[in-house]
Structure formats: structure tokens, C-alpha cells
Write a protein that binds this ligand. Structure first.
Ligand code: JFZ
Length: 464
């Protein structure tokens, strides 16, 4: 029996042809981290809450086939191609030898994110296919040992981010379709699971996370994913969260570290959709593609418009959330031009209107027919998507004294007249909308906003 186990273990390892060292040198695995004070938590999340807008980067050897396999195009596939096409490990591994992104320029990428008004970058250190986009000593299925490129792109990006003052963050997949110890085997995977030991995979992952949190300077967020298979338990999630916090007590972790229980990680991660009323009382971040795929997919030109993307950003922030907008670079190391153009358009809008996004909180109004509202103490930013033809902007009635109203894009801050009606406030606007996407009216008020509900307004006008 013992001979069999040893045989299968070795056989499993040989299968992949790639070496893994997993000596359990995690003795320093810390004790569970102590209960954090709300004040410390607020301080720890401050930069992230202030930033509101980040760049997501899905990049890996899957950008080589770009959704095609053996002449067949797999719908919606990019980073999931190995799964959609049922590609065996031995047939997928050779893609690494074809990955040589000579056009990659960390300075260009960070500068583009900065010009777009983005305040942090999250890039895939390892996606579900198991390929490591960084220099790791725990496998040679990585960019240093398995590709002709032999450059640690995460190191170059992290250094450039630190140089430009841009927080760098890692997306790391728990699910791993390549590692012989990861279980379960996917339905298309012909590798025998015999000899595989999931706890050994967890040790491998922890060793790599220590490299990722300690070898690249300050890391802002660990964005986990691929937590949904049964082998990944809530207990393992809690344990991994404690482990990562022991590596850096100030790091921020998303809720996909565990089974997305309320207290998993620091923030919720709605995907490709904006919660209708946000997630009150919680930190949350919507991640979204600019077209239909995360990784680079040849032929996916279903691009969202700049208007849609700006409205999404404002909609999310008006509900108290962050927006993580994705790019999928090519195997040459270039960010697709349609993405560049949209990021530049968003950046241009934020140049003028950033004050109404960064460090703002949610709207005090339930819904607004013409747009959204973001807020700061004593200020309401009224985001007008649909400019009123009659130049009268109707705002729900506020009890507060109105200090002033002006257009954020108007350097002269010329005063806009505000008339208090029985049911609402009426702000007189110039004929044409100053901005084609979203024109922001700044409404300065005294104190915390107190919205007079329609019923209350009706009663008080009847009593007059
Ligand atoms: C996951 C990944 O599979 C995908 O490749 C990408 O990285 C994305 C950001 O995250 O996709 C998911 C994850 C969770 C759900 C749907 C897609 N979900 O919970 O519905």
C-alpha cells in the first residue's frame, strides 16, 4: 500500500513535468490576529475608500491563444480557455514558451492608469490556469523559468507603481488547474487525483503569498478568487485570512478569501453588475470588464461606451462603492487601443470632476430621475446625466439652509439660483450641458442633509 502511495505521489508530480518545492517553512505562521479596533480599520482602509476607482489587469499566457484553440473560437473564453476547451495540462503548458511580451512597459501602464484617474492597480499574479506571472522559488511554471521573457513583470510594475505613488495589489486564484495537489480535478482533466494532497497545495499557496507580500514592497490589496469549490472551506478561508494579515497587518483583503461570509475579508466583490441600492454598512467594490472578457480575447469588440463607463463609476460611488475597471493586455504586452481611449476619456472627465468622486460618500436621495448624487460633509455633488430641457433641475426638498450652488466645471463658480418650493428645490441651469457625459452641480448646504420626504412635504404645504 505504502509503495502505491509513494508511486502515485511521484507519478502525480512527474505528470506536470514542472517541479514544486513545498517544504512547510511556514513555521512563522502567525497566531490568529487580534480583534482590530474600528479606528484602526478605518485608518487601514482610508486610502482605498478615498480612491474609489482602480484598474484591474487580467494578464497571463492565456493571452497567447486569446480565446482560440486548434482553430476553434470558444465563446467568451480568454482566461477560462483551458477550461472551456478542456485543454490538458501537458498541452497547455507549452503556451508559456510562446509568451514573450517584448512591448511590455510598466511605466506606460502605470501612467495610463494615472491619466485615467485610477488610484490603485490590481494585477493577476496567478489565475485559475496556475501560471505564475512572478519570480517564485516554489515552481518553475512561472514567467522567469518557463517563458523566453525571463523578466518578473510584477516586480517591474510594483517598482514603477511605488515610483509613481500608485498602490499595487495582487489578484491571486485559490483554484489552480495546474498544480498536482489542487483538488478537485476539473471534469475535463485526465490527470489522476491519486497521491494529490490538498493541504500540500495550501502550503504551496501560502509560501507564494509570502513572496508576493514581502518581496515587492508595500502591497495594498490581496484580491483572492476561485474560492467556490468545495475543497476550499470556510475554515481554510479564515485561516488564510489570518495568515495574510500576519504577513502584513495593514493589507486589505477581499471577501473571496473565504466562502464570502459577511465577515470574510474587508470588502464585498459584486461582479459585472451594480447592486441596485449598494451594500449599506459594508465596503464593496464592483469589478467589471470594458468588453465581455477579462483576459485578452481576439475579436471581443463589444466595448462599453465612455458614457456608460463614467455613469457606472458615478452610479457605484453614489451608492458608496468602489469601481475596479478591467483591461486585458495582449501577449505582446500592449493594452488594447479601445481600452486606452476609454481610460483617457474617463481621465479627462475626472480631471474636471474628480472632487465629486474621490473621498465622497453615498447619496442622501433614494433616486434621481436625471442622474446621481455623491456627497461630502456640507456638499452634495449633483451628477446630471440628462440635462433638463427647460434648464430647471428639480431636487428633492432639503430642510437644510442652502449656501450656494455652482457648476463644478465652471472656474468662475458663477452662482446658480436655487428656489425652494413646497415639494422640491429648483436650481436654474444654463441652456446647454457643460459636459456630454455628466455635468456636476455643486450644492453647498448647512449641516448633514435632511431630505423632506414627499409625504412630509405634502402635509406641511397643506398646513400652510
Ligand atoms: C472570476 C474569474 O473566474 C474570472 O476569470 C475573473 O477573474 C473574475 C474577476 O472573477 O469570475 C467569477 C467569479 C465569481 C462569479 C462569477 C464569475 N460569481 O460569483 O458569480
Amino acid at each position: 500500500m505504502l509503495k502505491k502511495v509513494i508511486f502515485y505521489t511521484l507519478f502525480g508530480l512527474l505528470l506536470s513535468g514542472f517541479q514544486f518545492t513545498f517544504a512547510a517553512d511556514t513555521a512563522s505562521e502567525a497566531k490568529s490576529c487580534s480583534k482590530e479596533t474600528a479606528a484602526h480599520r478605518d485608518q487601514r482602509l482610508k486610502w482605498w475608500r478615498q480612491g474609489r476607482f482602480g484598474m484591474f489587469i487580467h494578464w497571463g499566457i492565456y493571452s497567447v491563444p486569446a480565446g482560440q484553440w486548434q482553430g476553434k473560437s470558444y465563446n467568451g473564453a480568454a482566461e477560462w480557455l483551458m477550461n472551456y476547451a478542456g485543454i490538458q495540462v501537458k498541452d497547455y503548458e507549452p503556451l508559456a514558451a510562446q509568451f514573450n511580451p517584448t512591448e511590455f512597459d510598466a511605466r506606460q501602464w502605470v501612467s495610463l492608469a494615472k491619466a485615467a484617474g485610477m488610484k490603485y492597480i490590481v494585477i493577476t499574479s496567478k489565475h485559475h490556469d496556475g501560471f505564475c506571472m512572478f519570480d517564485t522559488k516554489y515552481t518553475n511554471y512561472d514567467i522567469m523559468d518557463a517563458t523566453p521573457f525571463h523578466r518578473d513583470v510584477l516586480k517591474e510594475l510594483a517598482d514603477e507603481c511605488h515610483r509613481q505613488g500608485m498602490p499595487i495589489c495582487w489578484y491571486h486564484s485559490i483554484m489552480d488547474w495546474h498544480h498536482p495537489d489542487y483538488l478537485p480535478r476539473q471534469k475535463w482533466d485526465q490527470r489522476s487525483p491519486d497521491g494529490a494532497d490538498f493541504s500540500r497545495y495550501v502550503t504551496y499557496m501560502k509560501n507564494q503569498l509570502r513572496e508576493l507580500v514581502h518581496n515587492y514592497g508595500k502591497i495594498g490589496v490581496l484580491w483572492f478568487d476561485g474560492e467556490w469549490q468545495d475543497t476550499w472551506t470556510s475554515q481554510l478561508g479564515d485561516d488564510l485570512e489570518a495568515y495574510v494579515r500576519s504577513l502584513d497587518p495593514n493589507i486589505i483583503i477581499n471577501n473571496r478569501v473565504g466562502k464570502r461570509k459577511q465577515d470574510n475579508g474587508d470588502f464585498g466583490t459584486p461582479e459585472q453588475e451594480i447592486p441596485a441600492t449598494g451594500i449599506p454598512g459594508h465596503d464593496w467594490e464592483v469589478c467589471m470588464t470594458m468588453n465581455d472578457t477579462w483576459g485578452y480575447r481576439q475579436g471581443d469588440n463589444n466595448w462599453k461606451s465612455p458614457a456608460q463607463l463614467i455613469h457606472n463609476l458615478v452610479d457605484i460611488v453614489s451608492k458608496g462603492g468602489n469601481y475596479l475597471l478591467n483591461v486585458g493586455p495582449t501577449s505582446q504586452g500592449l493594452i488594447p487601443q479601445p481600452s486606452v481611449e476609454r481610460l483617457q476619456a474617463i481621465g479627462k472627465w475626472l480631471q474636471t470632476n474628480g472632487e465629486s468622486i474621490y473621498g465622497t460618500g453615498a447619496s442622501c436621495f433614494a433616486a434621481l430621475p436625471w442622474g446621481r448624487c455623491t456627497s461630502k460633509p456640507g456638499i452634495l455633488y449633483l451628477h446630471v446625466f440628462d440635462w433638463p430641457a427647460d434648464g430647471k433641475l428639480i431636487v428633492p426638498l432639503l430642510k437644510n439652509k442652502i449656501e450656494q450652488a455652482y457648476l463644478l466645471g465652471d472656474p468662475a463658480r458663477s452662482n446658480l439660483s436655487v428656489t425652494r418650493g413646497d415639494q422640491s428645490l429648483e436650481i436654474s441651469l444654463p441652456a446647454g450641458a457643460p459636459d456630454p457625459y455628466d455635468s456636476v452641480v455643486v450644492l453647498q448646504i448647512v449641516g448633514e442633509p435632511i431630505v423632506v420626504t414627499a409625504e412630509a412635504a405634502t402635509v406641511s404645504s397643506e398646513n400652510k
